[in-house]
Design a protein around this ligand. Structure first.
Ligand code: UN1
Length: 512
């Protein structure tokens, strides 16, 4: 349950979102009285506790799964546009609560307020897109080879969906999944990060109110709990027809293996190790601004954060000195303060991981150009860091969830592309060039091997209209826009014989 002794800003926001002292961390149509240990929500900017949430145990997960199955049976009978209407109202509720929810995101996760608000906007955009999609769940119609036969495919609701999300986008990634799953006719259970339980409570409260006001079944289930009590039962549960997991490669591998063992379906959006290639002919001011946002925004804690920067020899020195100057002027501090550009990391483990990665980078021959230290104040603050590196350094193949940017130099685009692709992850990528041949080359099959490839735009900050996700260890899944909805439905191929004969396909004859 939330602790009423929480610091005032958090308490005020929670109360304004309708969350009182009696909200435990599981909802299946009712708030469940959980017996699990309390999870402390900590403000990363102060290191102080904001509130506590009583965690779900496997028994609560089970109650959520039973309710999700029952909700699905009702929800799948609603027409898709009627389901869209609920999602439209969810977008309206989020518009009304944008300021408060955005502040809560900043308070609990630590991203600066403009990004906290941006995250809520991403939810709203996602809902708006899904409303339109609810009238566009198109199937193809084919010409049958058999006379007087009609053949087409249709898409049916899939079933309950398990949604696992990470701390870094504590509300938007739920919306990517939930808005689409809802219009597709699915129910769901959300397992949010235990580092951001208040955001999950707030979102579920807002969504539950919309469902209740419309007499809709409780499709937006919530189970805040750890991997043993919630994550594993969810992955192993054949009732969860899809498990959509966003987070680390390690988590995705564990979830993916368990789901694969029951031949279930996963949608994995895992780690990135995103690179930007800057050519000699690039607009360097544009490149500089893009690199700053992509490498330092969200304190380097986006899966799309730029972690590797490839500089063509002719501009390498100029770009490095521009970057060092810009890094020096980054304001680090309270994410809710207007002039802050970089807030804290999420917890002490993240700070330690960053320091360990930097030690390793130094041991492997890397040279820290600027940053590299903890910031001496309460909370989990670090300096954004530039490291001169070589692609031979194994640490540059790892995703460290922190603002470390490795700098490399290259001579030709072919060389840069090969180096860029030589990591296990394949999420987002970008090239800065004013030469259309280089830009187009980067976008060919021989160029970037990532799910996202940009020209003169950084690697982060994708719009929801496109399919979001990546290749290799990033997991292959696609969330959000385009035709990603297909992952949340089942395809059925239907063939109808309206004639009096029974012709067999492939010309087979079988007469008695
Ligand atoms: C993530 O970090 O998991 O493209 C998601 C972006 C955001 C989403 C990031 N729209 O940076």
């Amino acid at each position: 349950m939330t602790d009423v002794t929480a610091p005032s800003e958090a308490r005020r926001i929670l109360e304004s979102l309708g969350i009182g002292a009696d909200n435990p961390g599981a909802w299946n149509g009712s708030w469940l009285a959980t017996k699990g240990p309390a999870i402390a929500s900590v403000n990363p900017a102060t290191g102080k506790e904001l509130a506590r949430v009583r965690s779900a145990q496997s028994a609560e997960y089970e109650r959520c799964a039973i309710a999700a199955e029952a909700a699905f049976e009702v929800w799948r009978e609603w027409t898709a546009p009627a389901r869209g209407e609920i999602v439209r109202q969810l977008a309206e509720a989020l518009r009304r609560q944008k300021e408060e929810l955005g502040r809560l995101v900043s308070l609990e996760m630590g991203k600066v307020l403009s990004e906290g608000l941006g995250e809520v906007q991403e939810m709203i955009d996602m809902c708006d897109l899904a409303v339109g999609m609810s009238r566009q769940l198109y199937g193809l119609s084919m010409h049958s080879e058999r006379p007087q036969h009609r053949m087409y495919e249709q898409w049916h609701p899939l079933g309950p969906v398990g949604i696992i999300t990470a701390f870094n986008f504590p509300v938007a990634v739920w919306a990517w999944n939930a808005a689409v799953a809802a219009i597709c006719g699915d129910s769901m259970i959300w397992k949010p990060s235990e580092k951001t339980p208040l955001c999950a409570l707030a979102v579920t409260k807002i969504a539950a109110d919309v469902l209740e006001a419309n007499g809709a079944p409780p499709i937006f289930g919530l189970a805040i709990g750890d991997r043993n009590q919630v994550g594993k039962p969810m992955a192993a549960d054949p009732r969860m027809r899809l498990v959509s997991a966003t987070g680390s490669v390690r988590m995705g591998r564990a979830v993916g293996q368990v789901v694969a063992d029951r031949l279930g379906r996963t949608l994995l959006e895992l780690g990135g190790n995103n690179g930007i290639i800057v050519m000699d002919d690039a607009d360097l001011d544009l490149a500089l601004r893009a690199v700053l946002f992509a490498a330092v925004g969200t304190a380097g804690q986006r899966c799309t954060t730029t972690r590797r920067l490839f500089l063509q020899r002719g501009i390498a020195e100029a770009m490095k000195s521009k970057l060092v100057d810009a890094y020096r002027s980054i304001t680090i501090g309270d994410p809710l303060a207007a002039d802050t550009l970089m807030g804290p990391l999420v917890d002490t483990v993240a700070v330690d991981d960053m320091m360990k990665a930097l030690d390793t980078a130094r041991e492997q021959g890397g040279k820290v150009l600027i940053g590299g230290e903890r910031v001496d104040r309460s909370g989990f603050f670090v300096e954004p860091t530039l490291v001169e590196a070589t692609v031979q350094m194994p640490i540059t193949c790892d995703e460290t969830f922190a603002p470390i940017l490795y700098l490399f130099e290259f001579d030709t685009l072919e060389e840069a592309s090969a180096q860029h692709n030589a990591v296990p992850q394949g999420l987002s990528s970008a090239i800065f060039t004013l030469n259309m041949r280089s830009a187009e080359r980067f976008l060919t099959a021989a160029g970037s091997d990532c799910g996202i490839a940009n020209v003169n735009i950084g690697t982060s900050g994708a719009e929801i209209g496109g399919a979001f996700g990546g290749e290799k260890e990033t997991g292959g899944g696609r969330e959000a826009g385009s035709d990603s909805w297909k992952a949340y439905m089942r395809r059925q191929t239907c063939t109808i014989n309206y004639g009096t004969e029974l012709p067999l396909a492939q010309g087979v004859s079988f007469e008695v």
